[in-house]
Each structure stands twice: as C-alpha cells, then as structure tokens.
Design a binder for this molecule. Sequence first.
Ligand code: NAP
Length: 247
Amino acid sequence: MTPRVLLLGGTGDALAIARTLGAPHVYSLAGLGRVPADLACAVRVGGFGGAEGLARFLADENIALVFDATHPYAAQISANAARACDAAQVPYWALRRAPWQPQPGDDWRGVGGWRGVIEALAPFARPLFTLGREPLAHLHEVPPRQYWTIRCLEAHPGHARARIIDARGPFTAEGERALFTEARIDVVVSKNSGGAATEAKLAVARELGLPVVMMQRPPLPPAQREFASAQEATGALDDYIKRSFSA
Ligand code: NAP
C-alpha cells in the first residue's frame, strides 16, 4: 500500500491544506461540522478511539506522517496524535496558529475555563459568546439580569433569554459593528484562536471600548515541525510528499 499522510482537521486552515492533497492521503474530521464532498484526498469522519485507536489506524492505513491542523483548543486530539505518533514511530507535524496579541486600547480579561467566564461576566448584561457551542449547554444558567447572544456553528430553536446565531466566518468589521450595535453587546467572550477569519470582533470591541473575556489556550504537545500558516504548511507537505512518495 502507498504510504499516506493523515491530516487531522476541522478548521478552515485544515480544509485549505486538504484541498492540496491527492488521492492516497486522508483528511480526518471529528464529525461535528460540514464534511466536504469535493476533495481529491480520502475523507474519514469520527473519532479513532483515543491514542491507542489512532496508533492502530496509523499502522492499518500505512500512514507515514500525521499533520495536525486541528483547532488550537482541540487539545485532546492533539495530545492523542502526539502519543500515537510516538508509539508508532511516525513523524508528527502541526499547524500552530499564533495567538492574537492585545493592542493598545484593548481590555482583555483572561480566564481559564467556563467557571471563569461566568465570573468575569457578572458585571455585564449583554454578552456575545463567540467560542463555539459550549454556552448552549449552560442556557439554564443565564443569570436573571443577562441576555446572551451566542454565535456558533449550530442551529438551535432558541431560548427566552438567549439568541443563538448560526454563522460561519470569516466576519468583517462592518458586520461585527452592526451585530454589536443591534444586539446591544456590552462584553465579548472569545477563545484566542488567532488568524484573520474571526479577528474583526476584537478590533470592533477595541473601537467601542468593550472588554473581551478571553479563554486561555490549552497546552499542546510539541511537534517535530511546527508551521504558523496553512500556506507554510502546504509548501512543506508538498515537498515532503514529492521527496518521500514520488521516488
Ligand atoms: P478534542 O476535544 O480535542 O477531541 C475530542 C475527540 O474528538 C478526540 O479525542 C477524538 O476522538 C475526536 N476528534 C477530534 N478531532 C478529530 C479529527 N480531526 N479527526 C478524528 N477525530 C477527531 O476536540 P474538540 O475541541 O471537541 O474539537 C472537535 C473538532 O472540531 C476538532 O477536529 C477541531 O479541529 C474542530 N474545531 C474545534 C474548535 C474548538 O474550539 N475546540 C473550534 C473549531 C473547530 P477519539 O479520541 O475517539 O479519537
């Protein structure tokens, strides 16, 4: 069987890399979002069954390199991938998108997890959540004086004290300004995802003098090679594939 690259994805950057991969290689998704149907490479969906399951997959599918382009907050799959690669003696490369840095005028309030978010939001009335689906599991906790606006990829029937906006980036400053004004947002809740696609909310928060409750990044395992952008990753993968598989 031809040696293959396994690309772990679920982000816009990962999809951009997947679009450059040919037929023998595999793009893997957890199965929470859209599954692209127009890729030249193989696409597989769903968990592997922990690091052990992933190590078995690497052996069974003749994987020669794992490239981790998952989201910086998807810490479990990254830890599993590093462990599985170590066990299977397969190189582990990763896209490690640089975090956003606060700029003059920013009022960022770092928190470690969901409890920290709730505490940091106590003085506010109209938070905008932009950190995925997690707030949907806490709708029963909306304090009486708050109304939540939650933007995530999930459609939701709605809630008396929350509005759920099902939207996918990239977002523009113009669009963010309109949303912040119309929803009377007084604080933004965010992960420090980095990258340009969802950065406009930070510029608009700065412009309007709104604080940002920023969830800290989880620790990620070191990779043998780390890349800062999809473009850099694609160039290196292309070289690797040409050198290793085309001989
Ligand atoms: P996670 O906590 O790190 O992973 C949970 C489990 O989901 C993993 O143990 C693994 O199951 C499975 N999994 C995750 N990514 C996978 C992949 N690419 N292919 C196959 N299985 C995968 O991940 P998460 O935070 O729930 O995120 C899930 C997916 O959404 C990730 O692929 C990530 O790139 C994407 N995403 C996450 C965020 C975020 O904020 N967390 C934002 C945007 C996109 P097994 O243990 O069974 O292998």
